[in-house]
Design a protein. Structure first.
Length: 165
């Protein structure tokens, strides 16, 4: 990032793990719009007119817990690397393309850019949120393609940047 001309420093706020989860879900991650956590972002933007924010959004959030909850399965070497060690949400439940109001809200935020932050934010093995962990190039390309397809189908405006979970 470049420091603006005549300035000695710059602050650029980024927030990861934004998805349509509401306070009715396990936790609110943006789905309550201005009534939830993103209302705090709006508050900051109103008070700091030069502030810019990037929200890193997940295309179809399936993670429930960022740590293993299936303790017995987690304790079996060799097997634990090939299993989801926390329960998953149903595929498509949190897909951006199924949450039009959420997408419309994100697109309306001024001085906010949207970045890509994974397809499901979950993987098999003990490092639950490390979605690209132990994936080969072909698997990663498939994940990125599906993620971009969901963003495009939803109509969510985004910049071409990716912060993997």
């Amino acid at each position: 990032m470049r420091v603006p001309t005549g300035k000695k420093a710059a602050i650029y706020l980024t927030i990861d793990d934004v998805h349509p989860g509401t306070s009715k879900d396990l936790y609110e991650a943006g789905g309550d719009l201005s009534e939830g956590v993103l209302g705090h972002v709006e508050w900051l933007l109103e008070r700091h007119p030069q502030l810019k924010v990037t929200l890193f959004v997940t295309a179809d959030w399936r993670e429930t817990y960022p740590y293993p909850t299936r303790k017995l399965l987690s304790s079996i070497p060799g097997l634990r690397e090939h299993c989801y060690l926390s329960p998953l949400r149903r595929k498509g439940k949190m897909a951006l393309s199924s949450h039009g109001e959420f997408v419309k809200y994100l697109n309306s935020l001024e001085r906010v850019t949207i970045g890509l932050h994974g397809l499901h934010h979950v993987t098999q093995g003990p490092y639950v949120p490390a979605e690209l962990n132990n994936k080969n190039v072909n698997q990663i390309e498939k994940i990125v393609d599906e993620m971009v397809d969901i963003f495009e189908k939803a109509g969510l405006e985004y910049i071409p940047c990716f912060a993997p979970p």
